[in-house]
Design a protein around this ligand. Structure first.
Ligand code: FES
Ligand code: FE
Length: 427
């Protein structure tokens, strides 16, 4: 797939038509690998959390034998949600309507009055909770409903290398700190997804106050932007430490921890982590990530530390989506460092943070500007960077399609292109 074949205009029906939402629940959410939880959220046998995969409610549970199951949170009798709470530990899920009982692996264990009411041949094994295919990468639990989807690493394509660099760097792994936060916001989920995929263009306008307050730090001259994308729809945008006079290091972690991690890392991973600062991106279709080093994002003076945040976008309807936020920290960091990182990410990028206030207001206003008749005749424009030259060869020798432009919609075009391909809109 080349950039030239990717769309530079998108009709507004993609953001306002209920038929598009209905179709994408099947074609996009029903066929992609979706992030549902982190292993550290369910460390003990019997632990579970309830989540969504697009329009489907699911239970993510840890079963005997250290397995992770992702299954539809809907009774096979009449469809009642068998688990009503967000998390807990249990040995069974008992449906609140007629009392069918399921194990934490989803198997149907018993039904009230089984022999007398259903007869001796009633086969429980046919009626377990519907199971999703599940794979775990560096503690990140992904699931898909599609039995024919390529495995997770194949679906991640060249982007798997970047997930290794983010989540596989610390030998002790990473864990969720502070639980999951969620908020319902106005605006189609795809607006949020394409913003995170690589919209550097909005920073100086939408987040101008953050620059004026010095929250963004002084990056002038030392860094330049680039974006990376993969034809499977995965994208990231980063700032590259172009100034050779600035020592390459990863800022904001405890010295011993980061030195040990970098010493054990693949040389190219090490170089990538040392030379890139703010990184945000999209694991197609709806997992967002951001990880920053505070020297280029805030100031060292206030004792800021690095952070890593994940978000999942779940459509509610064509005009609203739910955002779930997680903060990830190295498991081997000190309790003080973890608390600080959590405070920092919540303040900067949490549901009520400096940046989120700006972005969510713009997503609301995009929804308010959708219009009807005239709006439907006015497509969105995705041409940024098409006619502009790149500032040189790729600054980074990593996998993926690397574009040496900061202000470009190359990633948005990749996201939309992959989306249209899944929706069957492209020949
Ligand atoms: Fe679950 Fe009837 S709906 S037991
Ligand atoms: Fe923003």
């Amino acid at each position: 797939m080349s950039i030239a074949s990717e769309p530079t205009a998108v009709p507004r029906s993609f953001y306002r038509d209920p038929a598009v939402l209905e179709r994408e629940l099947g074609e996009v959410f029903g066929r992609s690998w979706l992030f549902v939880a982190h292993e550290s959220e369910i460390p003990q046998v019997g632990d579970y959390v309830t989540r969504s995969m697009g329009g489907d409610p699911v239970i993510v549970s840890r079963t005997q034998g250290d397995g992770v199951r992702v299954m539809l949170n809907s009774c096979t009798h009449r469809g009642t949600q068998v688990c009503k709470v967000s998390h807990g530990n249990t040995t069974t899920f008992r449906c609140g309507y007629h009392g069918w009982v399921f194990g934490t692996d989803g198997d149907l264990k018993g039904v009230p009055g089984r022999r007398a009411l259903y007869g001796p041949d009633f086969d429980l094994s046919r009626l377990g909770l519907r199971q999703a295919r599940t794979e775990v990468l560096h503690g990140l639990i992904f699931a898909t409903w599609d039995p024919d989807a390529p495995d997770l690493m194949t679906s991640l394509g060249e982007f798997g290398w970047y997930l290794d660099a983010f989540f596989g760097l610390f030998p002790g792994g990473m864990e969720v700190y502070g639980g999951m936060h969620r908020v319902n916001v106005r605006g189609n989920w795809k607006i949020h997804a394409e913003n995170f995929s690589g919209d550097g263009y909005h920073l100086q306008v939408a987040h101008r106050t953050m620059f004026e307050l010095g929250v963004m730090g002084d990056q002038a001259g030392a860094v330049e932007g680039f974006v990376v994308n993969d034809p499977n729809g995965h994208c990231l945008r980063s700032q590259y430490l172009a100034d050779e006079g600035v020592p390459a290091t990863v800022f904001g972690y405890e010295d011993e921890l980061i030195e040990k991690a970098l010493a054990a890392a693949d040389p190219e991973v090490r170089r990538f982590r040392e030379k890139t600062t703010v990184i945000h991106g999209l694991v197609y279709p709806n997992l967002l990530l951001i990880t920053t080093a505070p020297r280029y994002f805030g100031t060292d003076a206030d004792g800021s530390v690095a952070f890593t945040q994940l978000r999942v976008l779940t459509p509610i309807d064509q005009h609203h989506h739910e955002v779930a936020y997680w903060s990830l920290v190295p498991r081997d960091a000190s309790p003080e460092w973890k608390a600080k990182s959590y405070l920092y990410v919540t303040r900067q990028h949490g549901a009520a943070s400096y940046f989120e206030a700006d972005d969510l207001e713009n997503f609301r206003r995009i929804d308010a500007g959708l219009g009807a008749v005239a709006g439907a005749r006015t497509p969105y424009n995705y041409e940024l960077g098409v006619g502009a030259a790149e500032s040189g060869p790729p600054p980074w020798r990593g996998p993926g399609r690397i574009v040496r432009q900061d202000f470009t919609e190359a990633n948005q075009r990749t996201f939309v292109g992959r989306y249209l391909e899944q929706m069957g809109e492209r020949a």
